[in-house]
Design a protein around this ligand. Structure first.
Ligand SMILES: [Zn+2]
Length: 179
């Protein structure tokens, strides 16, 4: 089981098949990195999209995505700013930003997370502005996060909880575990 991260319109970019565990860790590291950075409407929607990529919310094997689905602007300037933000976000994850809020990542998972982040970075970098299509409504948020923050993990909450609380084992504190 697992899911795909793709960039079907990117030049020659192969889709990545990613295990559920690695996908979950990917969304976790992006969630802690995006929280302090997101300012504009699109950045905040991206932050919400990240925390909504919780397999406890969408289901296992349901959080794969294509790079084209991220609500890109057709304006050349705005598109360039969006791309720069996303690249900075992936770089922040590569620099372990916000990891003090994360449960420890097993060495074997971490080892495979970094190549995945670098591949994602490459896909974003190569993503072309030409031929943009509207993002899928079921996945791209209509607005910024509106459920507050997890006081323990410092990430935005989605409508039923916190993607990190949902990952925690039952003997750890998890104030926002989804019902
Ligand atoms: Zn939490």
């Amino acid at each position: 089981m697992g899911d795909f991260i793709t960039s079907e319109r990117g030049p020659g970019a192969p889709g990545l098949h990613v295990s559920n565990v690695r996908l979950s860790v990917l969304f976790n590291v992006l969630a802690v990195a995006v929280m302090p950075r997101a300012r504009t409407d699109w950045e905040l929607r991206l932050a919400r999209w990240v925390v909504e990529g919780d397999q406890c919310r969408l289901g296992l094997g349901m959080v794969g995505f294509d790079v084209s689905e991220l609500g890109w602007s057709e304006s050349e300037d705005v598109f360039a700013t969006q791309k720069r933000f996303l690249l900075e976000l992936v770089d922040a994850a590569l620099n372990r930003e916000g990891w003090e809020h994360l449960p420890s990542i097993p060495g074997a998972v971490e080892e495979r997370l970094f190549p995945l982040l670098r591949q994602l970075r490459e896909m974003v970098e190569q993503f072309p502005r030409e031929g943009l299509t509207p993002p899928p409504e079921y996945r791209w948020p209509e607005g910024p996060p509106e459920n507050g923050l997890c006081e323990l993990h410092r990430v935005y909450l989605h409508e039923t909880g916190c993607l990190l609380c949902n990952d925690a084992s039952y003997d750890e504190p998890a104030p926002h575990r989804s019902p």
